[in-house]
Write a protein that binds this ligand. Structure first.
Ligand code: KIV
Ligand code: ZN
Length: 531
């Protein structure tokens, strides 16, 4: 049964109801003394995402990143699930320089606990289903049997390890009185922390808060929460649990995990800190880089609209918003969370809603200073192109502005002289490029997984500085085999700035190479690659 014991609005204290308003009005945070610890389960529940399988090497890199960002506990895996998993957890435990506690998952059987201990974990996380539906159909045990197993396994695990987390699985669908009994049993048997999982993501924030408050009143040990996102409430439920008294939250990077995933690390941390005023040990400036690392390893792109870390999180297109943000960034951003705080950047975007002020700013940044009439023509042209559904890149903006102002900018840093491709059903795709870079002739060959990949690698190898390809999109204009391929790409320079550019050609490799060259020239125009 889902516990849903919402208080009537009149019973809630005005401070709870208007905490955010109070925050804004007094600019003083309410919960500044409490530090919430962060338990990251990207390597365990996160890896249970359909289609994700991290290599052992990737897991070590992720563990280092989680350590660098400041999580308190890393759940490294489920050692009893396979020999390979056991070996990886063991490697993470033995790895030098990883600061957080390493936790291993175990079913409520002694053999699983033993495998965690053999792997060298600092914390054992034992779980058992407690809801009637899971007890009946998965472990076929009564509530009384679950109680007895809980007592036995928790005290066994405690005899082997100083840190024992106990999870009554499917807690939010467990009869409240039974849930409480199991938690009290685990507490008395020596659990150092009890985790309350919303296993199928059916709780609501008010219900979660009540459940945690009920357990808080009855157990001595610390309380943790693990929320799934089936209804999109994982992060909200996690925050509500902290408000109800939870000491620790379970999260994954980018919210990966079973089905719709888990509470998302970056959102949870930023809400806890910036809105609620709790403390965490997270270095928030590393949130975006952490998200990108996991996205790359998991091969799951971060949606542009993803809060905090998504590409659009601090991007502004409409004239009113861009103008407001240029005058004061707090006008159309939260203010209590800035791009700098999370390692992101603010971007003014080109599109049909773009305003004059944003375009003037973008042009002034590259020393193009149009007159008022020229600026009007540039804006009209951008709106016209994007109004017809075509993406306008920064490179296009510069070309249009050069054209309208008559200031032909010929200081091209990178000129592509030639590109050739060798590919076939049994050949390794190879590309050779010849280009003039800062006036110097350069030749380079690279292989790749396909001809476009090979061409991009060859060009990036001769580009000055450390440029990374961030996104690549190709569209065919018209449907035939002679279709024009339109390629749009984004690159990131050493300072983390993103530049986009595009090109079209009937040859998709040439369109890709030209788009990259255009982006490299935009980087140069914005003052990158200074020599
Ligand atoms: O979702 C869940 O209930 C779990 C448990 C193992 C804690 O992942
Ligand atoms: Zn889970």
């Amino acid at each position: 049964m889902l516990v849903c014991l919402t208080k009537k609005r009149s019973e809630q204290s005005p401070q709870t109801l208007w905490r955010i308003v109070i925050y804004y009005n007094t600019n003083s945070k309410v919960n500044t003394n409490r530090t919430v610890s962060i338990f990251d389960t990207t390597l365990r529940d996160g890896e249970q995402t359909p289609g994700i399988s991290f290599t052992p090497e990737q897991k070590i890199i992720i563990a280092h990143q989680l350590s660098d960002i400041g999580v308190d506990v890393i759940e490294a895996g489920f050692p009893a699930s396979s020999d390979a998993e056991f070996e990886t957890v063991k490697r993470v435990c033995a790895e030098e320089g990883i600061r957080p506690l390493i936790c291993g998952l175990a079913r409520s059987v002694k053999g699983d606990v033993d495998r965690c201990i053999e792997a060298g974990v600092d914390m054992v996380h034992v779980f058992i289903p407690t809801s009637k539906i899971q007890r009946t159909y998965t472990i076929k045990k009564s509530h009384a049997e679950v109680l007895a197993i809980t007592r036995e396994i928790v005290s066994y695990a405690r005899s082997k390890c100083d840190n024992v987390m106990f999870s009554p699985m499917d807690a939010t669908r467990t009869e409240p009185s039974e849930l409480l009994e199991v938690c009290i049993a685990a507490d008395e048997a020596g659990a150092t922390i009890i985790n309350i999982p919303d296993t199928v993501g059916v709780s609501t924030p008010s219900a979660m808060r009540e459940i945690i408050m009920m357990i808080r009143k009855n157990v001595k040990c610390r309380i943790d929460v693990h929320c799934h996102n089936d209804f999109g409430l994982a992060t909200a439920n996690t925050i509500a649990a902290v408000e109800g008294g939870a000491d620790q939250v379970q999260v994954t990077v980018n919210g990966i995990g079973e089905r719709a995933g888990n509470a998302e690390l970056a959102q949870t941390v930023m809400i806890l800190q910036s809105i609620c005023g709790f403390r965490t040990n997270i270095t928030t400036e590393k949130l975006v880089e952490t998200s990108r690392l996991i996205s790359r390893f998991a091969q799951i792109p971060v949606p542009p609209m993803q809060p905090v870390v998504g590409e659009n999180a601090f991007s502004h297109e409409s004239g009113i918003h861009s103008q407001g943000v240029m005058a004061n960034t707090g006008t159309f951003e939260p203010g209590i969370m800035t791009p700098e705080m999370v390692g992101h950047r603010r971007r003014l975007k080109l599109g049909k809603h773009v305003g004059k002020h944003a375009i003037r700013q973008m042009l002034e940044d590259v020393n193009i200073r149009p007159s008022e009439t020229e600026l009007d023509s540039i804006v009209a042209k951008i709106k016209d192109i994007s109004g017809r559904g075509k993406k306008v890149t920064e490179f296009d903006l510069f070309e249009i502005a050069d054209d309208i102002t008559g200031s032909h900018y010929d200081k091209k840093m990178f000129i592509l002289d030639d590109i050739s491709i060798f590919t076939g059903s049994h050949a390794i795709p190879t590309s050779s490029v010849r280009a003039s870079v800062h006036g110097e002739d350069k030749i380079c060959s690279r292989t790749g997984v396909g001809p476009v990949d090979a061409a991009m690698k060859a060009l990036l190898a001769i580009a000055p500085g450390k440029i990374q390809l961030k996104s690549y999109q190709v569209e065919a204009i018209s449907g035939g085999t002679d279709a024009l391929g339109c390629v749009t790409i984004e690159v990131e320079d050493e300072k983390g700035r993103i530049f986009d550019a595009g090109a079209s050609n009937t040859d998709i490799v040439i369109a890709s190479a030209e788009a990259l060259v255009n982006a490299l020239n935009s980087v140069y125009r914005y003052g990158g690659f200074e020599t």
